[in-house]
Design a protein around this ligand. Sequence first.
Ligand SMILES: [Fe+2]
Ligand SMILES: [Fe+2]
Length: 160
Amino acid sequence: MASLEWSAALSLELPVMDTTHREFVERLAAAEAAPAGQPQQDAWQALIEHTEDHFGREDRWMRDTHFASGNCHSVQHKVVLDVMREVGEKARDDVHLIASVAPELGRWFTQHAQSMDAALALHMRRVDYDTLTGRVASPGALPDTAISGCGSAVCATAAH
Ligand SMILES: [Fe+2]
Ligand SMILES: [Fe+2]
């Protein structure tokens, strides 16, 4: 059984984000279930490529809605992608590595979706952001200064 499965607890009621997150969960499960060796490395690479798009889109949404470039959500994306790429490299010599890392990545994803992505989804709804055009329909709801945190409770605690 996959260590992470889609559930209502992961839904952020933002279809454009939920669809990608569902795909992430499916691809992670596929990588976990693939036979060790080349098939598993290929599935891991497919997960990396999907995640590059996934994080890249969220980073763009943040740039479009007044987040600072070094905000903690985007930084976390970069750190996690770097780790995923490193795992992909090392898995060539260690055929058990992907199977041992996948549940960790699943746990990280759950926490990330429920904090940073949830805060971003709320922000996008508040400013009425259109992901297709990149336009903010309620610019008055944007903060005066660029957001350097991620707007989640984790950041709110760290800021005080
Ligand atoms: Fe996400
Ligand atoms: Fe994210």
